[in-house]
Design a protein around this ligand. Structure first.
Ligand SMILES: [Zn+2]
Length: 456
């Protein structure tokens, strides 16, 4: 096993954009978060598990079985958490602790007794004194294991209470979620049940005049209408405020029913969360609603390709200029032409190889002028070709970006790669478009040879 670990540690390579890029040897061991660490942990714990099975097989302690002569479980592992099952016997407990001590000597993995808890199923008078002997503490069922109460009645609703509470706490940060208008437990003035702020913040004057500030929503409803009882009659300016207040809460109050209050996603119509509504809200508030999403997200293009285009449009491709900025020293020249520094705009638009691809994929009668950047291209793409109902028009940039990036990566990272010619790359991009189009049931109206037919 030591050999295995050595091999793992000494033969690490790193990946850049998914391609392997040179070896390095680790010098500082493994840290948490290192993908090696769970693997090594599993290898060690596998040994631990086998060891315990052997100890149990020797009769040092017993586990439990669900059915007669069924499989016997003496321990359960989850990550660094282990549960042992023993009979109600001081001997078994001491045997277990001795064998853990032995494991500690063999493996160097220390068992922390202060974090160890003894829990009895059923009555066990001696438990506290045993815990004292062994330097650990006692606990009782149900206790929280993996986020759920272990040992609670399996069908009890209470099991889910802590889970629901946790969700409630997390969700309460999202201001756009409003409580349903059942109004059973929702404070009329203090809770955020209508709009972005609680009503006591939005209408401080009316709030001051309200008789009971802790009324729930339901107490302000009677016979299907709102009822309010203020400390005195409203003055003129307050009446105006009251009007906008009514406008805010709506003229017809929620219908009182026996349903419990739930959270509703207020951005959609059906109250159910959807990524789409959140996304449009986000781009709206960030002021980037002109982001060329139609250029990037096209359901006829494989998602991994769309994602690459998305990175390119956002200027997030790890081209060499970006890697230099991140502190890596590399050969800076564009691998496609060898002339200038590799930037995303150069590689995908201005490089002579890229230029050839664009020129060959757009209608042949056109004059192609490279835009400044992928972002500029994305914003202008749909205005460029008037007949843009043609599905494959949207696929051209994605196919070109994908083909160039793929070739650029193998040229950069794979020593034995035979470079494709510009012509190969053009054919590859055209075939990609034909394939994507065919997958979606379109008749192939064009081949690489009569490419222009694709625009008709
Ligand atoms: Zn170039």
């Amino acid at each position: 096993m030591v050999q295995m670990v050595e091999i793992l540690l000494l033969n690490s390579l790193f990946l850049i954009n998914g391609s392997s890029f040179g070896n390095f040897s680790s010098s500082r061991g493994v840290r948490q978060g290192d993908p090696l660490s769970p693997l090594l942990f599993n290898i060690a714990m596998e040994g631990f598990s086998r060891y315990l099975d052997r100890v149990a097989a020797m009769g040092q302690f017993s586990g439990f079985s669900n059915v007669h002569n069924g499989i016997v479980i003496n321990h359960l592992h989850y990550a660094d958490d282990t549960i042992f099952f023993l009979n109600n016997s001081r001997d078994e407990l001491h045997n277990l602790f001795s064998s853990l001590k032995c494991f500690e000597l063999i493996a160097g993995l220390k068992i922390n007794t202060t974090k160890t808890r003894l829990i009895s199923i059923g009555d066990c008078q001696d438990l506290p004194s045993w815990a004292l002997e062994l330097g650990c503490i006692t606990d009782k069922l149900p206790f929280i294991y993996l986020g759920l109460p272990l040992g609670a009645k399996a069908n009890s609703k209470a099991i889910w209470d802590p889970v629901l509470t946790k969700f409630d706490v997390r969700l309460s940060h999202l201001s756009k979620i409003s409580l349903s208008k059942g109004g059973g437990r929702v404070y009329f003035w203090y809770d955020k049940w209508n709009g972005d702020d609680p009503l006591n913040i939005s209408f401080p004057d009316l709030f001051r005049l309200s008789k009971d500030k802790y009324f729930i929503v339901a107490s302000h409803i009677s016979n299907g209408s709102w009822v309010f009882d203020f400390k005195r009659r409203l003055w003129d300016n307050e009446v105006n405020q009251f009007a906008s207040f009514l406008l805010r809460i709506g003229s017809s109050p929620p219908i009182l029913d026996n349903l419990t209050d739930t959270r509703r996603w207020s951005l959609g119509n059906n109250g159910v969360f959807s990524v789409k509504t959140l996304y449009s809200k986000l781009i709206q508030s960030d002021g980037i609603d002109n982001f060329p999403y139609r250029f990037v997200w096209n359901n006829k293009i494989p998602p991994k390709v769309s994602f690459l285009v998305w990175c390119a449009v956002h200027g997030k491709l790890n081209t060499k200029d970006m890697l230099l900025r991140k502190g890596m020293t590399l050969e800076m020249d564009c691998i496609m032409c060898g002339d200038v520094v590799e930037t995303a705009s150069h590689l995908l638009l201005h490089c002579k190889v890229a230029y050839k691809l664009w020129l060959n994929l757009i209608p042949s009668s056109w004059c192609w002028i490279s835009p400044q950047s992928l972002f500029h291209l994305a914003n202008g793409w749909h205005q460029m070709f008037l007949n843009h109902n043609v599905e494959c028009w949207n696929m051209i940039p994605a196919a070109i970006v994908w083909v160039i990036w793929g070739e650029r990566n193998v040229r950069t990272f794979e020593n034995k790669h035979i470079f494709k010619t510009d012509f190969d790359l053009i054919i590859e991009a055209k075939s990609l478009i034909i394939v994507w189009d065919t997958v979606f049931g379109h008749h192939i109206i064009s081949t690489e040879d009569n490419w222009d037919a694709i625009f008709s």
